[in-house]
Design a protein around this ligand. Structure first.
Ligand SMILES: Nc1ncnc2c1ncn2[C@@H]1O[C@H](COP(=O)(O)OP(=O)(O)OP(=O)(O)O)[C@@H](O)[C@H]1O
Length: 281
């Protein structure tokens, strides 16, 4: 079962995800925090978008609300044409499983499963792959392959992430960079409408981080995928097609074809000064 197209509009103008009038207030009364203060933003399909901004500007909150991991106080969040606020818990869970991929700073792999089994886990849970025994050892071929078009897709993914010779290893036998590459492959395995990545290079050295970012870029440009990435790092943001900048819960700027230097300059224009990671110095 393939995910439905992001929208019915033509390629190039399709919207993978968007929020409209997004407001998120944590707490109430004197201690209320307005983490999102009326944001309208569109994440186009087939594009790599980075979300940047000072600490506390609302980046993670925006990502979580756009991805249906958290709910907006007011406004609306859409994946394709589907408004998340109209879904009950069950449908929202299914939408997240079938139409969204996630990559987090902590790799979140299942330690008892092999690389191949981790990559196909979302599809197995969705009943799109072969069955899995309760002991965590897959009944499939265990080589990360699937039959038909999903087999070809997984095969292409394994090639792109360069893990062919590690498919039977467990996560503990891999470096951090390799583990994150598995997490990236898993996020794309079900051909979701959009992959949300929250500081995907936060736990990696710069060389492994670069590999993971190149991978995200290749998935977008060669495999027509959509990525939305939260990052503090101007070097990471420079891998995106476009950067959106938040400050105080508002969208304050967008930058096409970013470079690390231009992103850093833009960040410096916010209150305070920022070191090369965009964190307050
Ligand atoms: N669960 C929560 N309860 C209360 N306040 C929260 C909660 N989550 C976030 N906030 C507040 O909302 C604001 C935005 O937080 P958010 O984590 O989205 O920012 P961020 O830009 O991702 O920050 P960072 O770069 O430091 O991760 C901050 O003021 C934060 O303290």
């Amino acid at each position: 079962m393939n995910a439905p197209p992001a929208t019915t509009a033509t390629k190039g103008t399709r919207t993978a995800a968007r929020v409209a009038g997004a407001v998120k207030v944590y707490g109430a009364g004197d201690t209320a925090v307005r983490a999102l203060d009326g944001i309208d933003v569109t994440f186009p399909a087939g594009r790599f978008t980075a979300i940047m901004g000072p600490s506390g500007s609302g980046k993670s909150t925006l990502m979580h609300c756009a991805a249906g991991l958290d709910t907006l106080t007011s406004g609306a969040a859409f994946i394709g044409d589907t408004e998340l606020g109209t879904l009950d818990d069950r449908r929202l869970t299914l939408l997240r499983r079938d139409r969204i991929g996630f990559v987090f700073q902590a790799f979140n792999l299942v330690p008892t499963l092999t690389v191949a089994e981790n990559i196909t886990l979302p599809m197995d849970l969705a009943g799109r792959g072969r069955g899995r025994r309760g002991d965590g050892r897959g009944e499939g071929r265990g080589d990360g392959r699937r039959d038909g078009s999903s087999g070809e897709w997984i095969d292409a993914l394994v090639e792109v992430v360069g893990l062919r010779d590690r498919l039977h290893h467990r996560p503990a036998e891999l470096s951090g960079g390799q583990q994150q590459r598995v997490a990236v492959a898993r996020a794309f395995a079900g051909r979701p409408d959009v992959v949300f990545a929250d500081e995907p290079t936060g736990n990696l050295d710069s060389r492994s981080g670069e590999e993971v970012l190149n991978l995200l870029g290749r998935a977008v440009r060669r495999m027509d995928r959509t990525v939305v990435m939260v990052t503090h790092d101007p070097v990471a943001a420079a891998h995106a097609d476009e950067v959106v900048f938040l400050a105080d819960g508002r969208l304050v700027d967008r930058m096409e074809s970013p470079t690390a230097d231009r992103v850093l300059d833009r960040l410096k224009a916010f209150d305070g000064t920022f070191d090369s990671k965009g964190a307050p110095s």
